[in-house]
Design a protein around this ligand. Structure first.
Ligand SMILES: Cc1cc2nc3c(=O)[nH]c(=O)nc-3n(C[C@H](O)[C@H](O)[C@H](O)COP(=O)(O)OP(=O)(O)OC[C@H]3O[C@@H](n4cnc5c(N)ncnc54)[C@H](O)[C@@H]3O)c2cc1C
Length: 270
């Protein structure tokens, strides 16, 4: 089927064109969407893209770090503002994929992909659609199918008081660039030696990245040691719905979740 490509200078124009056509898809870096084209996906015949520089900016705005949706994983790694996210971006595919894979595209990537989005979820990020108000990433992911008609301009991350409070691990069979068995991201703020408002998110433990809400509740007010995290480990798989795929079964993902969560929380190297 012939495929037409429409390029717009302004993201708002691209968003209008996308909203007006059922058979159009937005193109980010293309690592997934061009694969669909190459496999002969007949569900769309138009590709929409924009060269709007707003999608390529990384900027500190007040208390928010703004990352354009068109920023690639390689650009995340190279930029000083996003240095704390470099270990996450490095786990996405190999070098060729990282040169193309964008932050915006990762928001829509089906499980077991979405490692970067899991980190954004732990960081309490907000998603900014073209012509719309920022929405929390939780809310965005819960309605991701409905949000597929939006063009995302950027994500906003609240400033981290202590970057050491952010932790991330990706568990994969092939290192360093294998697909996730699971990924875990956490923000673990401490007040007087106790955890306060910890956020924990999983990748590849459901159809999309999800918060480990039971774990977060069990960590509240606890110390970050074996005794303090015991209850959190006991509820590590509450609310998850892992896929069974060629990488791992649902059963296996459930078995390993508490093991890797424990190592992440206690800061143990794997
Ligand atoms: C070999 C290989 C290895 C991979 N390894 C990993 C991995 O380890 N971890 C991982 O998380 N992912 C992985 N991926 C998946 C993918 O590369 C990443 O998730 C990437 O971030 C997707 O971004 P993209 O810009 O390439 O998306 P695209 O292919 O351009 O788009 C994907 C979807 O997102 C939508 N989209 C893209 N940008 C926007 C936007 N700004 N607004 C609205 N919609 C948008 C598109 O319409 C499309 O539906 C891998 C893919 C391949 C092919």
């Amino acid at each position: 089927m012939p495929m037409s490509v429409k390029t717009f200078a302004q993201v708002d124009e691209a968003a209008r064109a996308l909203a007006a056509s059922r058979s159009a898809r937005y193109l980010g870096g293309g690592t997934l969407i061009m694969r669909a084209v190459n496999y002969g996906d007949q569900s769309f015949d138009t590709i929409i893209r924009t060269t709007d520089p707003r999608l390529k900016q990384i900027a500190q705005q007040g208390d928010m770090l703004v990352i354009g949706a068109g920023i690639t994983m390689s650009e995340v790694i190279a930029n000083r503002e996003t240095a704390f996210l470099a270990p996450v971006a490095r786990t996405v595919g190999g070098p060729a994929i990282r040169n193309m894979a964008t932050v915006g595209g990762n928001l829509f990537a089906a499980s077991p992909y979405g490692d970067f989005t899991a980190a954004l979820l732990a960081l309490d990020a907000r998603v900014v659609p073209a012509g719309g108000q920022p929405i929390s990433l939780d809310e965005f992911l819960n309605a991701r199918e409905r949000n597929a008609g939006l063009v995302i301009v950027s994500v906003q991350i609240p400033r981290l008081r202590d970057v050491n409070a952010f932790r991330y691990v990706k568990v994969s069979r092939v290192k360093p660039k294998g697909i996730a068995v699971m990924s875990i991201a956490a923000v673990l703020p401490m007040q007087a030696g106790r955890l306060a408002n910890a956020r924990v998110a999983y990748g590849a433990m459901g159809p999309r990245p999800l918060r480990a809400l039971a774990v977060e509740r069990a960590l509240e007010g606890r110390s970050l040691d074996e005794a303090g995290i015991a209850q959190a480990l006991a509820v590590a798989t509450e609310g998850v719905d892992p896929p069974s795929d060629p990488i791992a079964s649902d059963w296996y993902r459930r078995q390993i979740a508490p093991v890797h969560l424990k190592r992440l929380l206690l800061g143990q190297r794997r």
